[in-house]
Design a protein around this ligand. Sequence first.
Ligand SMILES: *Cc1c(COP(=O)(O)O)cnc(C)c1O
Length: 389
Amino acid sequence: MEVRKVYLDHSATTPVAEEVFGAMAPYFTEAMGNPNSLHQWGREARRAVDEGRESVASLIGAGAAEIVFTGSGSAADNLAIKGAAYADKSGRKHIITSAVEHHAIMDTFKWLGKMGYDATFLPVDEFGMVSPDVLRNAIRDDTLIVSVMHANNEVGSINPIEELGAICRERGALFHTDAVQTAGHVPIDVSKLPVDMLTMSAHKMYGPKGIGALYIRRGIKLVPIVHGGGQEYGIRSGTENTPGIVGFGAAARLAERLREEGEEERISRIRDKLLDGIIERIPDSFVTGHRTKRLPFHCSVCVKLIEGEGMLLRMDYAGIGVSSGSACTSGSLEPSHVLLAMGLDHATAHGSVRLTLGKGTTEEDIDYVLEKFPPIVETLRKMSPYKGG
Ligand SMILES: *Cc1c(COP(=O)(O)O)cnc(C)c1O
């Protein structure tokens, strides 16, 4: 019997959509020109880069000149924070982020902390969200930049970035948001949001890996991290990744089409079925993150007195790809900083599982997972000292 394969790790990466792949293909071969060349090959590549930029900009209501392409979402996060910090001439040294950011932000803030900046890591509530009051109390006259992620990759909660951004505006601090998990999945309109910079990554929205984008509101000056030929308005040198940019543009157009087709409603409906089904069928399990202010494709739970890695491997054996909250970094099993910041104890945090759906996920896939998951937990619990309760 063939094992069914169900990939439920779309927060880690998504497959490149067929149409995205098709759009990219020619730019590896016959249309391989350098966009900076003046001949016909170069001009053709330049047109493609311009079109990709237009599509990515239009996805979030930005102008094309406000989009800078980078080598990844991580690179865009680094550029936003370091670029703004180094560009400051007012002598402000206070920088604020949250305790649950992606490592691309987290470690950038820690690094700047070592370089003489005063870094504040805001605490979060039990859903992993930053409350506007917490920011209001932490922000100072010398706060240079605040970075709070739009939605959390581990627990799916969506932050009130409109309110957070408004506080920054009021106090004259720059506001950046890492929107890698939301871009292409929930509506974003920077023409209405008080956001100065916003990070996106193509491979989280059916585009290719290795291409990210930073939205930089008109008038904001950044110091480049990569110096060189002056591409991307001088902010990110390096020959443009033409196929990557074309793929990002195609992914942005696909996202708009999926929205019109009601994909958000479809996916959140089967996600709810999965989430409710797990909580119902597995005793001593609970949802992590906010139940409703949540990414539509995101399901995350904690199964008490179970070890997430063991669960992950047994799920994998059943053909189901999920992720566990504990990242096995350099051999030591540290529970996720996100779950700990939400107030979970180490043992409970170890039982976290994240199942993230995609446009290819069907209701039958969900039924299959609901059939396989509970007995796996039961088996693991029989092997552990868990006695219920
Ligand atoms: C994946 C991810 C990133 C990093 O993007 P890459 O393109 O993989 O570097 C940054 N932030 C969040 C929230 C992410 O989920």
